[in-house]
Write a protein that binds this ligand. Sequence first.
Ligand SMILES: [Zn+2]
Length: 188
Amino acid sequence: MTDNPYAPPENDEAPADLEGAGGGGFHAEQVGDDLAIDKTATFPKVCLKCGSKDVTSFQDHLFQYNPPYVFILIFLCWLPGLIAMMILRKTAKMVIPLCSTCDAGWRSAKVTMVVAIVALIGCLVVSYLLQDPLLMVLGFVVGFAIFLGLVLLKVNPAMLRARKIDDSRVTIIGIHPDAARVILKRSR
Ligand SMILES: [Zn+2]
């Protein structure tokens, strides 16, 4: 140790790992096809959707998880169900590194998600206003069909989502295997 307070901090490791682990390290592990990782983790600089090292953007993303029975509640009675969803959901805010192609896909998936929600609410509201039991059921079915179709076919493939969130970790669906390998290598 030197007495010079202006001396650079001593460091055994190469200082160049800034673009890598960041955030002071994290723990990650493979769970089936998914990746469980600390909520506080900073991802290494690799596109999480295709595994490319050519990362051009970082998307702030709020992972959300709801207990499955909330969806049954929404199905039975959608308004209390939606309120329960707001209260019971767990979240994890993370920064997602992406290449330019996957970033474009991510952005358009976000727009599609908004369209899907508007379509769902629109169908529910319109069918409710029509006051006809048959049309209400029809509106309900059509609204959910449009919503699920858009989410499953357009949104999910382009984004990441949480299979599970607890107080410290989030289990993420949809990380490319090459990116998962890089993340696991950085895990402590
Ligand atoms: Zn990519």
